[in-house]
Structures are given as structure tokens and as C-alpha cells.
Design a binder for this molecule. Sequence first.
Ligand code: GDP
Length: 363
Amino acid sequence: MEHPENDDKYKGLKVNKGVNDMPTVNPYLKKRTPRKRYTADEFVSGILDGNITILSQAVTLVESSLHEHQAIAQEIIEKCLPHAGKSIRVGITGVPGAGKSTSIDAFGMHLINAGHKLAVLAIDPSSERSKGSILGDKTRMESLSREKNAFIRPSPSAGSLGGVARKTRETIVLCEAAGFDTIFVETVGVGQSETAVHSMVDFFLLIQLAGTGDELQGIKRGIMEMADGIIINKADGDNIKKAELAASQFRNALHLFPPSESGWIPKVLTYSGYYGLGIKEIWDMVNDYIAFTKKNGYFNYKRNEQAKYWMYESINDSLRDKFYHNPEVEKMLEPTERQVLNNEISSFVAAKRMIDIFLENIH
Ligand code: GDP
């Protein structure tokens, strides 16, 4: 190879000849055999058989943003749908440190010991794999992670909240088809992700703590309103009295809320995830709720509303995606934005122009 840097005029610069590559250090190293590529039907029959390896691979396809992965993922989901829907879906939220992972481990073991199969999923739009996903992490759920009847999956990696939530929603379908009869969806009680979780679960549990000063802990009113059950963790040792006090404060606060659409009156319970106290009572509450709403028709009504919600969410998502990835739109977006910033055209005219460009260029 010619190195112009070696010319005399570049004094002090010299490119040395490279060294040859070393032969492979490990003569026994086998070439990695590429992962077997299943067809959609093979995926589906593996999932229906309850094969966890195949289920995990299918979830990876659901989470992928590659078009070819999405195509096969959608086919798998469609074929799994008739086998889905039979689980009880529970959303679990609470601020970091409230004890979500400790509690999920305890609730999960309670269910597994009663013969259930549990999938733990998560929605955490802020997480990035590189930072280590904090929710749904196996290492945080020590006992559960050793159970063959538990499937734990961290949050899909960062993206728009809608995108992350949709992937979790689709993963629920696959888990149900694989025979998981209880699904937990975990999220951090700080942002908008609760609304997304609420739109895919039957029962919404809010974990709270006692004795941290302001008893309502800045939890947004909206999140409290969504909760079907508020559970106060760490009711153990010296903390029991404080937890009881917090419980009565929450009960009072709940009285001020309008009655819920389901007709269910949210309950407030205390427990200790760490010491396994009060766990059965929490699960009795969830079962009471399911029985109550199945009887008054709300259970099915809510599932239908959720199905409708996700249909429109998917339409919005895919329109947005098609719009912003349209080559003509991509070309014109910035110049149009500049015109708006220079006060040459109004925002509305700009938007209409962009939409027209999109509509003229849909293939
Ligand atoms: P997360 O961030 O919401 O998942 O909370 P963790 O489950 O990681 O719990 C945060 C801390 O609280 C950990 O140090 C736990 O050991 C502790 N913790 C969780 N549950 C309880 C409980 O029931 N009682 C007591 N005393 N500590 C708990």
C-alpha cells in the first residue's frame, strides 16, 4: 500500500509496515453455528408447546425494529392470538426503592407455589441496555429467576414510550399463548408509563411506602386514581405502626376521588415483601376484583376498550413512522422548518405542505 506520509516533505512522520495477523490462538475454536432460523409456524408451535427458548427468541423479534423481523413477528402474534387472552394481567408500579422487585419476587413465589405460571414484563422507556435495564431484571428477582414456571423479561430497550409499550403489549400475547396464566407488567411510578401499563392490564397495583414525610409522596393524583389497590410495603419491625397510619391516610384520600368506572372500591393494604407478610391478602384482593368485574361485565368491557385503544395506537404509530421515513418528506422537512423559523410561512401552512408532499408520494 502506498503511504504518502512517507514522502520526504513530511519529516518526522513515518508509517511502518504492519505485522501479519496472528494465527488463531485456540486451534480447537469452532466456528459458531448460526442460530437456526425458524419459520413463523415453527415459532408458533414452539410457543404453544411452552418452549421458553423459542418464546424468548420470538420476543426478541417483536422487540426488533428491523422490518424483516417485524414481518415475521406480526405473523407469529397473529397466529398466537387465538390462544391468548386467558391470563390475569396485573400492572405493578411504585417509585424506585418502593420494593417492586422484592415484592414481585414474593408475589410471584406465592403464585408459583399455588401452581401458576408467571411472566414478568416491564415498561421502562428511559432504560437503555448499555446502562442496564433496571426493570424486569432477573438479578433483582432472585427466587423467581430460578423457577421454571417463571419467565422474566426486562423492558424493551429505549424508544418512544408508545413503541416500548406496544412491544410489551405484544409480548403479553406470546406469553399467554405459551401458557402463562398470570402476567405482571412492572413500571416505575414516576412518569407517563403508568397510563400505558393501565391500558394493558386488568388490575393495577400501586406500591407505596410509609414514613417518608409527605404520605402521598408526590405520586400524581392520576396514578392514584388508576390504582385498583394501593399496597404499603415494608410493614415490618418498627415500621408497622407507620404503615398502618399511612394506610388510613390513603383510605381517606381515596374517599375524595370519584367512584371508579368498574364499581370496585380500591383497597389499601399493608404488607412486607421482604418478610413475606400479608402477601396472601393482596392476592385475595386481586382475585376478588377479577371475580367482581367478571360478574358485572366490566372485565370484558375493559379488555375490549383496551383492544380498541391499541388498534388506534398502532395506526397512529405506523402513520407517524411512514410519514417521517418517507424520502420526500425527509428531504423537505428541514427546509420547511427553516421557513417557519424565518417567519416565511405559518406553522399550519408548513404542516399542510408536508402532509401534501407525503400524500403525493405514498407508494
Ligand atoms: P425497587 O427499586 O422498587 O425494585 O425496590 P427494591 O425491591 O429493590 O427494594 C429497595 C430496598 O428496600 C431494598 O434494599 C430492599 O431490601 C428493601 N425492601 C424491599 N421490601 C422490603 C420490605 O418489605 N421490608 C423492608 N424492611 N425492606 C424492604
